[in-house]
Design a protein. Structure first.
Lengths: 293, 323
């Protein structure tokens, strides 16, 4: 690995702090998903991806398709930390004239491969890219598609999974954020997805299940997917929504709102949510005390 | 008569071909000229006429199965790598079923995917209302970045396909199932965005699109017999519409009929009404399907029922001008 686990952890924590700050500044947006995916994005952008942040149109690059566009704070923060643009620009999230639109828009920001937000069409686009790269006999470039568990309730998603399986798109890796929450509650209550891994396997995919907060696990699964022939790979990343801020963790009420927007029973009052969240992140939920005392 | 037309267009021996056939020929030609062109089919390769391309270029043909949402989104992904995809299905399903995917992943993304909707209009015939797409023009022309082309005959469809293949914009090509008259000339130039004045006239204008342009020409001939001089315009590109030509004819004749095999609401009739009410207020009568669904029947039965054939057009016109 290029970075140690500690280094990756530090980067991911900066990204989480960026996410909280951006959302507070924006006054709207999603919180739990972006925090939960910070480790995956860190591993992908800082350890695995073939890319040149200062040359986002580099023809030899890997392609990243964010299917569930609503978690874009984590994408933007990761891109900024990786050097695609200044970290200061993160403050413009969701504001008039920004390149960081409320949902990612390709034409506004170099480095975005597609426009997304409406759920269920990312794996299709990633499959199209993978197929076209194979037609061009590109051997090195991979397509990485990040999706949510909830968007596997969309029919389009399964059309794509069937298609990629049929075409043995081994240059495609799909990473599912299996955080079990969606806006109206827990996925298994709203519309069950289990047995989830078996569904992918039965569509002729290679499936790896990982702890989405363990960098060894994440990086090794991503690298393993590159070595699998004859099949696309699905990495089911078990993540904790709201990861890093204990009062947000596992709580679907934090899916679609930013810190400071409303009081939530059991959580800090709304005017203190962001401050407490940043403290939690800086102190690893109170585990590191010395620096802050 | 314009030299855009064939020499003799009213003979009983006129060649009859469906517009989808011209598309198939045009796609094959375009594929020979540009190796980035790929074609995707949602289990309808033969009837959408993508088959000649698929046989010639099997490595550039992608069978999607019955999955129209995946059809257009995979195409968007292929376009991201530099391919120029033509995606084919019946218009009821594509763009009928997958409109949001077209909106987000093709138009907002500005990817040069060509959506080809076969089997539009009531002329599909026996299959009935489910398969007779009438709202596709409205759906597609509402989208920013989208070009909308409705060829009038098989020859024009071939040329339109070859022209669309050359431009890097999202496009919609509207095709039909049944054989209709081939009345344009082999040598005339097809330009996206240019409406063709096929016949000049002074008393009124019929602006038509698709195979009904031929019915407009026949109606104009009959109306000429009762002393009415009718200008006929083939408005094959509905977006971007040729505002110059349409405003000019409205100024000249002061009475405009539109004719289309689609819902007039937001269709060609809608487009012409919007244009002229802003720039050249003119009396406009929209002939086409008026807030109804189609049904089973033959093309001639259905064109009569929905008042789209030349006899119905003559009747509609004479009612308006009270001859």
């Amino acid at each position: 690995m290029i970075h140690s686990d500690k280094e990756l952890e530090l980067i991911a924590n900066h990204i989480r702090e960026d996410i909280i700050k951006m959302l507070v500044e924006a006054g709207s947006g999603h919180t739990a998903g972006p925090l939960g995916m910070a480790d995956i994005f860190t591993a992908l952008y800082f350890e695995v991806l073939r890319h040149q942040p200062h040359n986002p149109e580099w023809p030899e690059r890997d392609r990243v398709v964010l299917s569930n566009g609503h978690i874009n704070p984590v994408l933007y923060a990761t891109m900024a930390r990786a050097g695609y643009f200044e970290i200061d620009e993160l403050k413009t999230l969701r504001k008039f004239g920004t390149r960081l639109q409320g949902h990612p828009e390709r034409l506004r920001l170099p480095g975005l491969e597609t426009t997304s937000g409406p759920l269920g069409s990312g794996i299709s686009q990633a499959s199209g890219m993978a197929l076209a790269l194979r037609m061009n006999q590109e051997k090195q470039q991979r397509v990485w598609c990040l999706t949510s568990d909830g968007e596997h309730q969309e029919g389009n998603t399964w059309e794509a999974i069937m298609f990629a399986g049929k075409n043995k798109l081994s240059n495609l890796t799909v990473i599912v954020d299996r955080n079990n929450i969606q806006i109206d509650g827990m996925t298994e209550d709203v519309m069950p997805l289990e047995p989830f891994a078996m569904k992918y396997q039965s569509f002729n995919w290679h499936v790896i299940e990982i702890n989405g907060h363990d960098f060894d696990d994440i990086v090794s699964a991503m690298n393993q997917s590159k070595a699998i022939f004859e099949k696309p790979t699905c990495i089911i990343a078990h993540t904790i929504p709201g990861k890093g801020v204990d009062f947000m963790e596992f709580d679907f009420r934090w899916h679609g709102i930013p810190p400071g927007s409303k009081d939530i029973s059991g959580d800090p009052p709304k005017d203190r949510q962001a401050k407490v969240a940043l403290e939690k992140l800086r102190t690893m939920n109170g585990k590191i005390r010395s620096e802050h005392e | 008569m314009s030299n855009y037309l064939a020499e003799e267009i009213f003979g009983s021996d006129i060649l009859m071909e469906p517009t989808r056939k011209g598309f198939g020929e045009g796609l094959l030609e375009a594929g020979k000229n540009d190796s980035e062109i790929v074609a995707l089919s949602a289990d309808l390769a033969e009837s959408t006429q993508v088959e000649p391309f698929a046989k010639e270029f099997p490595d550039r043909f992608v069978e999607m199965g019955v999955a129209e949402q995946n059809l257009v989104t995979v195409a968007s992904g292929m376009a991201a790598i530099g391919k120029k995809p033509f995606v084919t299905s019946y218009a009821s399903f594509s763009p009928g079923r997958n409109w949001e995917q077209i909106r987000t992943t093709i138009c907002l993304n500005d990817r040069p995917v060509k959506v080809v909707g076969c089997h539009s209009g009531v002329s599909v015939g026996p299959d009935g209302a489910t398969h007779q797409m009438l709202e596709d023009i409205a759906l597609m022309r509402a989208l920013p970045n989208m070009i909308v082309v409705v060829p009038a005959d098989s020859l024009e469809a071939k040329k339109a396909t070859e022209e669309l293949a050359k431009i890097d914009k999202p496009s919609y090509l509207r095709l039909t199932r049944e054989k209709t008259a081939v009345f344009t000339s082999e040598n005339s130039e097809f330009k996206i965005g240019k409406a063709e004045v096929l016949k000049e006239g002074d008393d009124m204008t019929i602006v038509a699109c698709g195979p009904l342009v031929y019915e407009a020409l026949k109606a104009a001939r009959e109306l000429n017999n009762i002393g009415k001089s009718v200008e006929v315009i083939n408005c094959h590109t509905i977006k971007p519409i040729d505002s110059k030509t349409i405003i000019k004819t409205a100024k000249k004749t002061g009475l405009v009929f539109t004719l289309e095999e689609a819902q007039t609401t937001a269709g060609l009739g809608g487009a012409v009404s919007e244009l002229l009410s802003e720039h050249q207020p003119t009396k406009i009568i929209r002939l086409g399907v008026r807030d109804r669904f189609g049904q089973s029947g033959t093309i001639s039965e259905l064109w009569k029922e929905y008042q789209l054939d030349s006899a119905s057009v003559v009747k509609s016109v004479t009612e308006v001008i009270k001859v």
